[in-house]
Design a protein around this ligand. Structure first.
Ligand code: SAM
Ligand code: SF4
Length: 344
């Protein structure tokens, strides 16, 4: 006797698994490509942003995220550009909060430059956000202004105070920048320890034309780690957040320290994520150009069947990994879009 055919609904709701047997549980959503900073490694000073007419309304990412959650996504991270400069962004955060309440979503988080945190930290916490990543590459106000071009450290520190007061757990992201902040990373690890924050150091990635040579910014984290290991006892940890960082525990501070090393150590084998832009384009890999348009199926039908089909077709093309290269011997192997399009 033949096995019974599964009910269509069960197939429609089957979890997303890519061709390399990686279950897709994590969606990063860039809610805007715009930003109130112009970090030298992320953007050119005279960036051209997407025309507003191409950007999804805030109801549309809500529907897209809800469809992904129906397909097994358990973790959402809002990013950008700067997510907190998108007008009325809290309406999206509040809407997504219903999936936390129902238990369908395990975690809703945010990556932010912190400039607007003083205004939003309380409401983020009230909506169910528990953890946020805040990007700070230096604790020197002048250097901060130079790296971000338009940012003020004081404003970000006020945002961190508000996040602490709201009970948000904070992780600091710092990009390792040759000849700029490498000598400060030890002090930043201590500062994070003092404030009760975990910290992640990130290798600069060759994404988008920033009007500077990547090779002049790039500093391998293998060297950062060796330098920090002289100052601290770094204990190996198998802690994973579902993200690409490899963590150690800093014995002296008791906090975790992560290393995101796309150049020196490819982290793709455990990749469980895909990335949605503010125009409804899905990137299956941060380091590849291939993408799928979800805006057309989203807008064409009031029900989610065509959208679900487009998502499954995209996941079936998720590549094995990226192949970034930055060194003086090779032409840089990079992607043309800026990090601010898909978020970090
Ligand atoms: N604006 C928010 C922020 O800065 O946290 C969210 C978006 S930003 C694109 C996300 C993360 O990507 C930040 O931690 C930023 O430092 C990092 N980033 C940006 N461009 C990068 C690059 N080319 N290589 C490595 N990290 C980068
Ligand atoms: Fe803006 Fe974040 Fe890019 Fe800096 S890293 S320019 S804060 S999007």
């Amino acid at each position: 006797m033949n096995a019974p055919t599964p009910a269509p609904l069960a197939v429609e709701n089957a979890p997303l698994v890519d061709p390399f047997a990686r279950a897709i549980r994590y969606l990063r959503v860039s809610v805007t490509d715009r930003c109130d900073f112009r970090c030298v490694y992320c953007m050119a000073e005279d960036m051209t942003f997407l025309p507003k007419a191409e950007v999804l309304s805030l109801e549309e990412p809500d529907r897209l995220c809800s469809t992904f959650i129906g397909l097994g996504v358990r973790k959402l991270r809002l990013t950008g550009g700067e997510p907190l400069v998108r007008r009325n962004v809290m309406s999206l955060v509040r809407a997504l909060g219903r999936h936390l309440e129902s238990g369908a979503l395990e975690e809703l988080t945010l990556t932010t430059n912190g400039s607007q945190l003083a205004k939003y930290a309380g409401e983020l916490a009230a909506t169910g956000v528990r953890r946020i990543n805040v990007s700070i590459d230096t604790l020197d106000p002048e250097k901060f202004a130079a790296i971000t071009r338009w940012g003020r450290l004081e404003q970000v520190l006020a945002g961190l105070d508000a996040a602490d007061a709201a009970g948000l757990s904070v992780k600091i992201n710092a990009v390792a920048l040759k000849d700029v902040n490498i000598g400060e990373l030890e002090a930043m690890v201590r500062w994070c320890g003092g404030r009760g924050y975990d910290m992640t150091v990130i290798e600069v990635m060759p994404m988008g034309d920033i009007g500077a040579q990547r090779v002049d910014q790039y500093y391998p984290l293998s060297m950062v780690r060796a330098e920090l290991a002289r100052a601290f006892t770094l204990e190996d940890s198998d802690y994973r957040t579902g993200g690409p960082a490899r963590y150690v525990t800093v014995k002296e501070t008791g906090r975790r320290l992560g290393f995101i090393t796309p150049l020196t150590h490819n982290f793709c084998e455990l990749c469980n994520r895909v990335r949605l832009t503010c125009t409804g384009t899905l990137f299956m890999c941060l380091g590849q150009e291939d993408a799928a348009d979800l805006r057309a199926p989203l807008r064409a039908h009031a029900d989610d069947a065509a959208l679900t089909h487009a998502i499954r077709a995209a996941i079936a093309r998720k590549p094995k990994g990226h192949d970034f290269i930055i060194d003086r011997r090779h032409a840089p192997r990079s992607v043309s879009r800026h990090m601010s399009v898909t978020g970090g």
